[in-house]
Design a protein around this ligand. Structure first.
Ligand code: BGC
Length: 768
C-alpha cells in the first residue's frame, strides 16, 4: 500500500501516468511526470566502475562510456577478503556516480560461482555465500554512504550465461535457502540496498521477474526488503504478471508496450489498481531517497581513485605458490626477463555491461621498470599474441626463449584472452590457450626460475603446467591499476594477502556441476544441491590444485589457542541470524620477519546430523594485519543460523543439537586448530502423524510408550512381542503407522491410528 507521503501524489496521477512510471525511459532513466513534478533519475552499471553512456546510450547499451575509475573486478575483490577495502571501493564508485548525476549503481552481483565455466564469473565474488554476502554488503554500504543507491543483482540463481534469458534452474528449496539465496539475504538484511535487480532466468519454471514467492514472499515478507525491484535489462516477459509478483520497474524502456499492457489490465479488471499503486509508490520512494542525497555532484580526485584502485588490486593478488622463495624478487637481480603480451597490454576487466572506460591504465612492464630502477635490466618479449589471428606464435616464442635465456628470473604473464570469457556466453573449458602453455614449457626449458602471473576472470586449470613454474601469482582482472599492483607484489612493496574465494580444481571433470551444466531443453538441474565449490570437493574427498581460502604470504602465521564456548542464548540479543550460540576465539601470530596480513577462516561442521551436511562450511573470516612477531586474538560469534540447515519439512531453519566442530585455519584444507563442543538440548524428533514410521514412533519420547502400550493391549492379544525381535523392528521400522495398522487389521482394531494420535499434539519436543 502506498506510503502516507505518496497517497496524494498517487491520487493526482492518471492510470496511464502510473502505468508509464513502472517502465523506464530509454536505456538508463526512469520516467518523469512533469505535470506533477515527478523527476526522472539515471541509473548506470556497474559493479567495479561506472559505465555512464553519454546521452541516452545506444540501442543495446554497450557502446562508449565516459571515463571512470576501473576498480578490480568482483572475482578479484572477492579474493581480498577485506571488508573495509571493499567498502572503500564502493564509496569511490558512489562518489563517481554522484559526480555523474547517477542515482543508482547497477551492482554488486552476488550470484555464486556454481561452475568455473560461467562466462560471467569475473563479475561475481565467490563460490561461498558468506564471502559473497559479506563483501556484497560492504560494496552496497560503500556506494550508499555517498547518497547513491546500489542494485543487488541478479536475483536469483543466475549462474550461467547459456540461455540466460530463458533457462530454468531446477533447484530444491534447501539448496536455494542455504546456497543461492543466502548471500542475497545477508546483503538485504544487513546493508539494505535501495534496489534489487531480478535476474533473467527462470527458477523451477517461473521467471524471476514474475515470481511472487521470490520477489514478495521471500524478499519482502521474510527478509524485510523495503526498496524497489528492477528488472534486469529486458528480463520482463509478461509485464502484468511482473507487477503482480512484486516487480516495480521494468528496464529499459519497453517503448510503451509494458505500460499499455498494465493500464489495459487495470481497465479490464484483471489487475487490481492497488497493485500498480504499490509499484509506483516504491518508485516514488526511490526518487525520495535519491533527492534526499541532494543535487548531483561530488569531488572526485581521479588520482586518489587510481591510487585506491592500485591498493585494492594489490590486496586481491593471490600468491598460489612460491617455490624456492622466488618472490619477492631479490634486490640483487641484474637482469629479469618479462615475457607475455599481458605485461605490456594488460587484460584488466571483462566484457559486457560491466565494461568501464578507464581513466588510465597501468601496465606491469612499465611498473616493474619504475619500481626496479635503472640498476636492473628489464628485457621484454611478448611471447604470444592476444586474440590476434595474425600472430606468429612460433616466432614470438623463439624470441621469448632468447630473452629468457640467462636472465636471473623470468616473469611470465599468462592469462585468458578476452574472447575466452564474457557476459553473454559461457566458457567451454578452463584451460589456458595451448600456445601459452607451450611458451611456458619452452621458457622453463632454458630458465629454471620462472614466475607465472595469471590474468583471468574465472579460474584456469593450473595442474597441467604448474610444476614448470617456481612461483605462481593469481592477479585476476585487477582493474586499471592491476598492472602496477601486481608489480608491487612481485617486488615485495606489498606483501600478498589475497586468498582464493573459489577453488582451483585439478580438472573441469572434478567440479560440482559437471554433467549438470548447462542443461538441456531449457532446464538445468542443480543436482549437486548444496555442495557447491569446496563443499563438493570435500564431500567427494578429491584433491584440488588450490583449495578455497588458500593464499601464501611473504611471512608465515600460526593459529593457536582455539577456545570455543557455548553462549547462553538468553543473555545474547538476537539479530536476523538468531541468538549467538558459540564463541570461538583463536590467537594468530605473525611468525615471520615481515609485516603481513592473514585471513583467518572459521569453518563449522555438524558431524552427527542425519541430513547431509557439508564436511565444513565457512562461517566467519577476518583479515588481520600483523607486524613481525605480533599476535592478536580473533573472535568469531556463531549464531543459530550458522549451525542450522533449512528443513523443507519444517519450512524453516532448524538447529540439530549435538556436536559442533569448529575448525580455524588458513584455507578450507589447511585447518590449524579444531575443537568440538556439544550444543546440548533435546534430541530432535519429528512431529508424529498417521504416516510417521514405526521407527519414528519408537524414537518419540511420548509416542514410544503409546505405541508399546497399544501393541501390548491390542484387541487380538499382546503384540508388543513384535518389538522384542530386533530384526523385525529393523524390517518394519520404515512402515508408516497407518499401513502397519491396515496390515495388522483386527489384531489392533480399526481405530488404532486415531487412538494413538489422540491428544498427541504438543506432546514432547517436535523439532524436525
Ligand atoms: C546485465 C546487467 C546490467 C544490465 C544493464 C544486463 O544485460 O545482465 O548486469 O546491469 O544489462 O547494462
Amino acid at each position: 500500500m502506498p506510503g502516507p507521503d505518496h497517497r496524494s501524489l498517487l491520487a493526482e496521477l492518471t492510470l496511464e501516468e502510473k502505468a508509464s512510471l513502472v517502465s523506464g525511459s530509454g536505456f538508463w532513466h526512469t520516467r518523469s511526470v512533469e505535470r506533477v513534478g515527478i523527476p526522472s533519475i539515471m541509473v548506470s552499471d556497474g559493479p567495479h566502475g561506472l559505465r555512464v553512456q553519454p546521452g541516452d546510450g545506444d540501442h543495446v547499451g554497450l557502446g562508449d562510456s565516459i571515463p571512470a575509475t576501473c576498480f578490480p573486478t568482483a572475482s578479484a575483490l572477492g579474493s581480498s577478503f577485506d571488508v573495509d577495502l571493499v567498502r572503500e571501493v564502493g564509496a569511490a564508485i558512489g562518489r563517481e556516480a554522484r559526480d555523474q548525476g547517477v542515482s543508482v549503481v547497477l551492482g554488486p552481483g552476488v550470484n555464486l560461482k556454481r561452475t568455473p565455466l560461467c562466462g560471467r564469473n569475473f563479475e561475481y565474488l565467490s563460490e561461498d555465500p558468506l564471502v559473497s554476502g559479506v563483501l556484497g554488503a560492504a560494496l552496497v554500504e560503500g556506494v550508499q554512504t555517498e547518497g547513491v543507491g546500489a542494485s543487488l543483482k541478479h536475483f536469483a540463481v543466475n549462474n550461467q550465461e547459456t540461455e540466460r534469458l530463458r533457462i530454468s534452474a531446477r533447484v530444491d528449496e534447501r539448496t536455494l535457502r542455504e546456497t543461492y539465496l543466502a548471500g542475497f539475504e545477508r546483503v538485504v538484511r544487513t546493508a539494505a540496498p535501495w534496489t534489487v535487480m531480478c535476474s533473467y532466468n527462470r527458477i523451477n519454471g517461473v521467471y524471476a521477474s514474475e515470481d511472487p514467492w521470490l520477489l514478495t514472499e521471500v524478499l519482502r515478507d521474510q527478509w524485510g526488503f523495503d526498496g524497489l525491484v528492477v528488472s534486469d535489462w529486458g528480463a520482463v516477459d509478461d509485464p502484468v504478471a511482473a507487477v503482480v509478483a512484486g516487480l516495480d520497474l521494468e528496464m529499459p524502456s519497453s517503448h510503451g508496450s509494458g505500460p499499455r499492457a498494465v493500464a489495459a489490465a487495470v481497465r479490464a479488471g484483471t489487475l487490481d489498481e492497488r497493485v500498480l499503486d504499490r509499484a509506483v509508490d516504491r518508485l516514488l520512494g526511490l526518487l525520495d531517497r535519491a533527492s534526499a542525497a541532494g543535487a548531483p555532484g561530488a569531488t572526485v580526485d581521479v588520482d586518489d581513485h587510481h591510487a585506491l584502485a592500485r591498493r585494492a588490486a594489490a590486496e586481491c593478488v593471490v600468491l598460489l605458490a612460491n617455490g624456492g622463495s622466488l618472490l619477492p624478487l631479490a634486490d640483487d637481480l641484474a637482469r629479469i626477463a618479462v615475457v607475455g603480451e599481458f605485461a605490456r597490454t594488460p587484460r584488466f576487466q571483462g566484457a559486457g555491461s560491466s565494461k568501464v572506460t578507464p581513466t588510465r591504465v597501468d601496465d606491469a612492464l612499465g611498473a616493474l621498470r619504475d619500481l626496479l630502477g635503472p640498476s636492473v635490466t628489464v628485457d621484454f618479449a611478448p611471447g604470444f599474441g592476444v586474440d590476434d589471428p595474425g600472430a606468429d606464435d612460433a616466432a614470438l616464442a623463439a624470441e621469448a626463449v632468447e630473452v629468457a635465456t640467462g636472465a636471473d628470473v623470468v616473469v611470465l604473464f599468462l592469462g585468458l584472452p578476452p574472447s575466452f570469457e564474457s557476459e553473454g556466453f559461457d566458457r567451454r573449458h578452463i584451460d589456458l590457450p595451448d600456445e601459452q602453455v607451450r611458451l611456458l614449457e619452452a621458457v622453463a626449458d632454458v630458465n629454471a626460475r620462472v614466475v607465472v602471473v595469471l590474468a583471468n576472470g574465472g579460474v584456469v586449470s593450473t595442474a597441467p603446467w604448474q610444476h614448470r613454474a617456481g612461483a605462481l601469482v593469481e592477479a585476476w582482472l585487477g582493474g586499471q591499476a592491476g598492472g602496477s599492483a601486481v608489480a608491487d607484489v612481485l617486488v615485495g612493496r606489498v606483501n600478498p594477502s589475497g586468498r582464493l574465494a573459489e577453488t582451483v580444481p585439478l580438472r573441469l571433470e572434478d567440479t560440482p556441476a559437471f554433467g549438470n551444466f548447462p542443461g538441456e531443453d531449457g532446464e538445468v538441474l542443480y543436482g549437486e544441491r548444496i555442495f557447491v565449490g569446496y563443499r563438493f570437493h570435500d564431500l567427494v574427498d578429491r584433491p584440488v590444485a588450490f583449495p578455497f581460502g588458500h593464499g601464501l604470504s611473504y611471512t608465515t602465521f600460526d593459529h593457536t589457542d582455539l577456545d570455543v564456548t557455548v553462549a547462553d542464548p538468553v543473555a545474547v540479543p538476537a539479530d536476523w541470524r538468531g541468538p549467538v550460540r558459540l564463541r570461538a576465539s583463536v590467537v594468530v601470530t605473525n611468525t615471520g620477519d615481515r609485516a603481513g596480513k592473514e585471513v583467518v577462516q572459521c569453518y563449522v561442521a555438524r558431524p552427527d546430523e542425519p541430513a547431509p551436511r557439508p564436511v565444513r562450511e565457512l562461517r566467519g573470516f577476518a583479515k588481520v594485519d600483523l607486524a613481525p612477531g605480533e599476535s592478536t586474538t580473533v573472535t568469531f560469534e556463531l549464531a543459530e543460523r550458522d549451525l542450522a540447515r533449512w528443513s523443507v519439512r519444517s519450512g524453516g531453519w532448524v538447529v540439530h543439537p549435538g556436536p559442533v566442530e569448529v575448525a580455524v585455519g588458513a584455507s578450507s584444507r589447511d585447518i590449524r586448530v579444531a575443537a568440538t563442543v556439544d550444543l546440548g538440548g533435546p534430541a530432535p524428533v519429528a512431529p508424529l502423524d498417521r504416516s510417521s514410521t514405526m521407527a519414528e514412533w519408537l524414537a518419540h519420547p511420548v509416542g514410544h510408550d503409546r505405541l508399546v502400550e497399544a501393541l501390548r493391549t491390542a484387541p487380538g492379544g499382546d503384540l508388543s512381542l513384535l518389538l522384542a525381535d530386533e530384526d523385525t523392528v529393523m524390517m518394519l521400522g520404515s512402515f508408516p503407522l497407518n499401513r502397519l495398522v491396515t496390515m495388522l487389521g483386527d489384531a489392533v482394531g480399526d481405530d488404532a491410528v486415531e487412538r494413538l494420535l489422540a491428544g498427541l499434539d504438543g506432546d514432547g519436543p517436535t523439532t524436525a
